[in-house]
Design a protein around this ligand. Sequence first.
Ligand code: ADP
Ligand code: MG
Length: 756
Amino acid sequence: MIALDTPVQFVKGVGPNLAEKLKEKNILLVEDLLYHLPFRYEDRLNPRSLSELVPGEMASVIAEVRGTALLRTRRMPIFEMTVGQGTASLKCMWFHGTYLKDKFQPGQMLALYGKVEPSRSRAGNFKMIQPQIELLPGDKDAEAAILEVGRIVPVYESLGGAQLSSRWLRRVIYRLLEDLGNSVPETLPVELCERMQLPSRAEALRHAHFPPAGTGLRLLQSAATPAHQRLIFEELFYLELGLELKRRRMRERLGPALMADMRVREALKRVLPFHPTAAQKKVLAEIVQDLRQPTPMRRLLQGDVGSGKTIVALQAGFIAIENGYQAALMAPTEILATQHYLAARRLLERSKRQPPYNVLLLTGSLDEDRKRANRGQIARGEADLVIGTHALIEEKVEFANLGLVIVDEQHRFGVMQRFRLMKKPNAAEPHVLVMTATPIPRTLALTLYGDLDVSVLDELPPGRTPIVTRRVPDTRAEEVWGFVRKQVAAGHQAYIVYPTIEGAKDDQPELDFAHDPEPDTSLPAKSARGKVSGKKQDPKAERLFKEKAVLKSAVAMLVELQSTHLAGLRLGLLHGRLRPEEKDVVMRRFQRGELDVLVATTVIEVGVDVPNATVMVIEHAERFGLAQLHQLRGRVGRGAARSYCILMTAGSPQPVSPQAEQRLDAMVRTQNGFELAELDLALRGPGEFFGTRQAGLPDFRVANLLRDRKMLELARQEACRFVASGETEMSRASVETVWSHLRAHWQRHYGLVEAG
Ligand code: ADP
Ligand code: MG
């Protein structure tokens, strides 16, 4: 008997050889094959008439072969075919289509899928370039006819070559579903399915592969049929269930209970240099609430650039210190660590406490003696607040009694588990506060960060004027430099940012270029989508786009600007390849106003805070990702004076890509980090946005985090409800079904990076 956990080898039509190939695609069991869902569907029950086509749309049509020809043009052979329905006809062409020659006979019926383009040829008003094509079975092949015509037909991403084609999958899965019959075990409690009106798992799988007649094609394409929704819910429910259990386990661990009593609050008030915003107060209250629990806090603080996260974090640190614990603050760069160090000292000096607080800096670039001395003070408990880079983890620093860890600008993940290293055996685990300026929609954050709670700073400190953002082609660079001079003359400072450090071909290591993939909003099947997107058809444009020969670099432009348009101004250079001490010197001089202009790479992207800087010029702005542009812009607009962000684009020889256009438009249109993050997410898809596996993002089989956010929220609610009251609301059998499915599948399909 075939079952879901039977190896694919034993599926009719597969066998050992094909099973080997399927293994490469991670398809090992019957179940894996069944969850390889179609990525689109063709309605061959009510085929489109050629006369209804609309230029620009993706369409599938059924038509008869009328004639074919292989044209040998100077650049490449092109295979042309005219297909028709009655008197209407459509022209199709395939570049380098020699392989199609002799494959078709007039009178054969074809299913075609592609983009409809206007055509001026005599063969009808439309054409399709490189459509996907399927030869429909003739009258003789009865079995195939059942699957291929007169119904809604599933189209699959091929699992490798012609052998494991869409057509092959259609047959194998059809037979498999017949053989399985009703022996597909249910994974969700019946009570839940009834309440949410979800079809059974068996029915959902059957209908997702072979939709019943009358199913709306639009629902199918957007995975919105009850069958799809059920499969998506199932996947997200188990993900959220696992996460909820992890959250619960976290609440059983031991952490130091830190109190913010009247004395601490009074002391805090004395050190604060300004009135906190309402948002800062709210977030601090959430943190204080966590700190007083005897379980370790795991909280994510999201706040747009400039929303004032640092001061909130330092207040939490202050509370830890006043409770007799040590606090550590970790920043992604030395520049930022140093800046926090100075800010923390300024803040704590205001308390006038005797003896004064001991704040230490620990970064990789300190000399060995210094590091050793600092480590000693930390281990003996003499250091109250330790600020540093990753060196804090890497240099095996031992804390005497660490109560709180703050991680700034943590948009790379995977750091959580390493806090384990900072925990002394048998001691309580420190509280952890992670801060990020990358706003992530709440449900996604709750999923991605697994067991973190989320706070949001949704208000900027008062007195900020909006930043004026303009797009300017670099043909108008002279005007831009003139503007920079004017701002400097008025006593302000400017940043000028380049995508590379040095030389045209030199990709700056810290720059993560915008890749411009296609938006990932449909069902899986990247390769298949690539085929119809038309992207591959213009290798020349692609090559031009990649050409780096015209990229300006920070080093070269510093020299050029210093000797031409910005002669007489005090220019500094900052990039990732300088030694840490050198960076430090430059940054300090800029901070003290001894430099007018900082020519830099994206090393200044995160956190740098110089309120007197009012101009941010970004050259090759078309090259940067949206999150990066927003971060860079956030370096200005930090003081009372009006600030400007100038996005300079190099328009030639390569044009700005449509995706880059969208990014730049969005930057000009809005300054709202959440809005930009949403767009970024939509443009890049969740995988790119979060850095896929590195982010601990599971590979979903059916669900798509971006498309299915509502469902994710629902799944979260239901998972929490199940853990809280499943036992009382459901039958024993249902509860047991859920636990055994979770046990069997959590690691295989949903296992996230363990977040310590
Ligand atoms: P980010 O959230 O980007 O890390 P920062 O913590 O660097 O932002 O704060 C940005 C600037 O706003 C700093 O100069 C900081 O001193 C200032 N700031 C923070 N909170 C307030 C406030 N409540 N009132 C006035 N200025 C504030
Ligand atoms: Mg910051």
